[in-house]
Each structure stands twice: as C-alpha cells, then as structure tokens.
Design a protein around this ligand. Structure first.
Ligand SMILES: C[S@@+](CC[C@H](N)C(=O)[O-])C[C@H]1O[C@@H](n2cnc3c(N)ncnc32)[C@H](O)[C@@H]1O
Length: 243
C-alpha cells in the first residue's frame, strides 16, 4: 500500500491541512521524527497509532545511513501491508528528513509506494507572522544560516536555522540588509518572538528564522499610494487604482 509523507505545518495543530488530517486519520501507523511533530500529530490521531523510530543526533554520514536503513526496515512492512505516515513539521519536501526516508525506501524497498501531502511551510508562514508582503514581481530566496552564517546576494531572503542571531545579524547589516527575526511562529510550544533585535533572541533555538531585505529592493506596488499621506479616496488615488 502506501507511505505518506505528511507536512504538519509550522506547529499549531489547526494549521494541518484538511487533506493532511484526513490521511493521518486513515493510516494504520504514524511515525514522528521528533517531539514537536509528535505533539502536533497526537492532536489528530490517538497516541496508540504512533510508531517508534530512532534517530541518532549525529552528522556522521555512515551513522545516518545506518539509521535511515533501519527506519526504512521498520516502516516498509507496515506500509506494504497497510498504509503508514511519516510526518514532518512544515512541508515534507522543504529542508526535511522525509527525503532521507523516501530515498532509502526507493533504494531498498521499491515495492513501497510513497506519496507526499504538502504542508504549510515556515517558508510561507513567516510572511503572515512577520507582517511581510512578497508582492508580485519580487524575488525571494531561501538559505540556511546556521552557526552565525550570513548568506548574502538576493534582494530578499528567508534564512532558516538561525542559531546565532547576533553573528548572523552583523554580517547581514554589513552587507546592507534590514532583518527581522521570527522564533517559534505559529507554534504552541515555547514563546513566539518577532523582533528586529538579534540580542532579544541570542539564546540558541533551532526554530528561528530571519527575513532579510535590502531597503531599496524592488518598486512599490500600485496600491501603495493608498497608505501614503496624500491618499484618501480623492481623484488622484482613484486614477492610480484604475491604471
Ligand atoms: C529543517 S528546517 C524544516 C523546515 C520545514 N520542513 C518547513 O517546511 O517549514 C527547520 C528550520 O525551519 C525554520 N522553522 C520551521 N518551523 C518554524 C517555526 N514554526 N518558526 C520559526 N522557524 C521555523 C527554522 O529556521 C528551522 O531551523
């Protein structure tokens, strides 16, 4: 039958999609890679439906390959005899552990069908949480900024894995960016923080991202005039809106 990779969204249980919830509730076993994804999953399925997988905290590639082969050994028979799900926070195809499981199953258990159910990624949820609009015609790049890294280049970037905000901030400001940080956005666990001040989030928390923008990036959208001081329903604003 099928293994579903299901995106749970950024963390609030009611940001799981309707399809994600339906599939979660239809499978025999739900595997969770971590505590946070588990806490979201149990809002939708009974704890007895959760399966156990062990993931070592290591960057050693041999150890990781062994762990994913073991995980695939565990999941494959369940997904062959019935349906199973592997959940991730956000979207399963954005910087996610699900890719390891899918590749390992493809290689060693090709009889298992794999399907993905997209989730609300922090890559898009950040815009609402930070009050940012990515207007038509703009570009937006996704980068990693672990360990104080400050990637630069594009006019607008979302940076994941901001584990040392003050160091990342220094590099971004030197390169001319304005930066806003978001921590634990749309998450029930822990405190949600949105700030321009990197010292307010200097303690390490993996669930931290940044939005960096060059102040002169792009042009204002047509309707921006409505929020400028001379706007207010007069003929000039109406003319611009009609254009
Ligand atoms: C391994 S990536 C997983 C991304 C996830 N698959 C997604 O689509 O959102 C983890 C990084 O995503 C960002 N992230 C994920 N969820 C977040 C949230 N609720 N609030 C802030 N950052 C989040 C953080 O930068 C974190 O280090």
């Amino acid at each position: 039958m099928t293994l579903y990779g299901i995106g749970l969204g950024p963390g609030d249980p009611d940001l799981v999609t309707v399809r994600g919830q339906r599939v979660l509730q239809s499978v025999d076993t739900v595997y969770t890679p971590g505590r946070l994804s588990r806490s979201v999953a149990v809002e939708h399925v009974d704890e007895s439906a959760l399966g156990d997988l062990d993931f070592p905290m290591t960057r050693n590639e041999d150890e990781l390959r062994r762990a994913w082969r073991a995980a695939a050994e565990e999941v494959a028979p369940v997904a062959r005899d019935g349906d199973a799900a592997f959940v991730t926070l956000g979207d399963p195809n954005v910087y996610s552990t699900f890719g390891h499981l899918r590749r390992t199953l493809d290689a060693f258990h090709p009889g298992v069908d794999v399907e993905t159910v997209p989730g609300v990624s922090a890559m898009t949820a950040f815009a609402t949480a930070l009050g940012v609009e990515i207007d038509a015609g703009s570009g937006l790049a996704l980068r990693e900024a672990a360990g104080g890294a400050s990637p630069t280049g594009p006019d607008r970037m979302v940076l994941f894995k901001v584990t040392d905000a003050p160091a990342t901030h220094d590099g971004l400001v030197d390169a001319g960016y304005e930066v806003t940080y978001g921590r634990r956005l749309f998450m029930e666990q822990g405190e949600t923080v949105v700030t321009d001040d990197p010292t307010a989030i200097e303690d390490r928390d993996y669930y931290t991202l940044a939005y960096a923008r060059r102040p002169d990036a792009g042009t204002d959208p047509a309707t921006a005039v409505f929020t400028e001081s001379e706007a207010g329903g007069d003929g000039e604003a109406a003319e611009v809106a009609d254009g």
